[in-house]
Design a protein around this ligand. Structure first.
Ligand SMILES: NC(=O)C1=CN([C@@H]2O[C@H](COP(=O)(O)OP(=O)(O)OC[C@H]3O[C@@H](n4cnc5c(N)ncnc54)[C@H](OP(=O)(O)O)[C@@H]3O)[C@@H](O)[C@H]2O)C=CC1
Ligand SMILES: Nc1nc(=O)c2c([nH]1)NC[C@@H]1CN(c3ccc(C(=O)N[C@@H](CCC(=O)O)C(=O)O)cc3)C=[N+]21
Ligand SMILES: [Mg+2]
Length: 283
């Protein structure tokens, strides 16, 4: 048996088209959605991601402003820029690309973003809203994973979902969203003894670790849905996920590729959150 592929490029295209319709409707009422993206430093991967985000905005009819600063930018200077964007009525979403240089406290910077403009869903107010089931912005990567699961039509109620990774931006919110969808959820991390013991029980596995090909075929239950969040650059320059795609695809029921899986959906959900923020601001 070979797994069916979940095509993140095609699904993201569909979502971006829906966002474009909503953005056009807002623009027609004089409320063009706007996203500000802040990049500090010269991390090569961050530059690629940020460029992709800005390009996707343009194609969806979302006004975007890219602010790039040298790594020497001070935390106070960054906080001042965020304060200005919080007060700017043409900007509905603010994204500060992570990682930030070590002299800047990333959580402090995130908390300076107005929660209503925090389209990454990283602010404690949005994290708390997700925890208690209130309306807020969901982090784009787990949100994209939920859309992929909805797309393939899997019923999560009664299923066992295993999330590998517990970061604030991927693993933890992913687990909460799966719980909200009535899955039984296990969260694994670097201190988990015998990861395979858990993943072999999983109907759904989400790998969000950052270790190339760490999820191997012997760790996957036949027919399981495998979502690969990992983005790893190999010495030869190629990208690969946390899942050993070539072997796991022979066991799984559904699988996302890297590239072309979760990554494009992350960007589509950023646009969705931004148009949503603009709609809420327009009333
Ligand atoms: N496709 C996309 O859109 C996105 C992709 N990414 C990618 O996803 C991956 C994860 O990102 P992020 O959550 O930010 O990463 P972090 O480094 O913040 O978190 C990684 C998690 O993996 C856990 N972990 C590390 N080693 C192991 C192990 N051997 N077994 C089990 N768990 C382990 C860590 O455990 P512990 O907490 O104990 O340290 C941690 O919880 C990265 O490759 C990143 O590039 C990230 C964001 C978006
Ligand atoms: N404030 C903030 N918000 C983020 O959402 C955020 C961040 N910081 N820092 C870094 C991570 C990583 N991330 C990715 C988004 C898209 C792809 C993506 O589109 N990947 C393509 C390949 C891109 C390539 O070729 O490198 C794919 O998987 O097909 C990857 C990774 C968002 N992140
Ligand atoms: Mg991280």
């Amino acid at each position: 048996m070979t797994a069916q592929l979940i095509d993140g490029v095609a699904l993201a295209r569909q979502w971006r088209a829906r966002v474009a319709e909503r953005a056009a409707a807002l623009a027609a009422r004089g409320h063009r959605p706007g996203l500000a993206v802040i990049l500090v430093g010269d991390d090569a991967a961050s530059q690629v991601y940020v460029r992709n985000k800005v390009k996707a905005c343009g194609e969806a009819g979302i006004h975007s402003v890219l602010e790039t600063y040298p790594a020497s930018l001070t935390q106070d200077e960054l906080l001042a820029r965020i304060a200005a964007l919080n007060a700017d009525p043409t900007i509905h979403g603010i994204l500060v690309q992570l990682p930030l240089p070590p002299h800047i406290d990333a959580q402090r910077v995130i908390e300076a973003i107005a929660p209503a403009k925090d389209v990454d869903g990283f602010h404690v107010a949005n994290a708390g809203a997700l925890l208690v089931g209130q309306r807020g912005y969901w982090p784009c990567t787990p949100y994209g994973c939920v859309k992929m699961l909805e797309h393939i039509g899997i019923e999560l109620r009664g299923k066992h979902a295993v999330v590998i990774g517990r970061s604030n931006i991927v693993g933890k919110p992913m687990a909460l969203l799966l719980l909200q969808a009535n899955a039984t959820v296990t969260i694994c991390h670097s201190a988990t003894a015998d990861l395979g013991h858990f993943t072999r029980q999983a109907d759904v596995v989400v790998a969000a670790v950052g270790r190339p090909r760490m999820l191997t075929a012997d760790m996957v239950k036949p027919g399981a849905v495998v979502l690969d969040v990992g983005i790893n650059r190999l010495p030869d320059g190629k990208l690969c996920g946390d899942v050993d795609f070539d072997t796991v695809r022979e066991v799984a029921g559904w699988i996302t590729p890297v590239p072309g899986g979760v990554g494009p959906m992350t960007i589509a959900m950023l646009l969705l959150n931004t148009v949503e923020a603009a709609e809420r601001a327009a009333g």
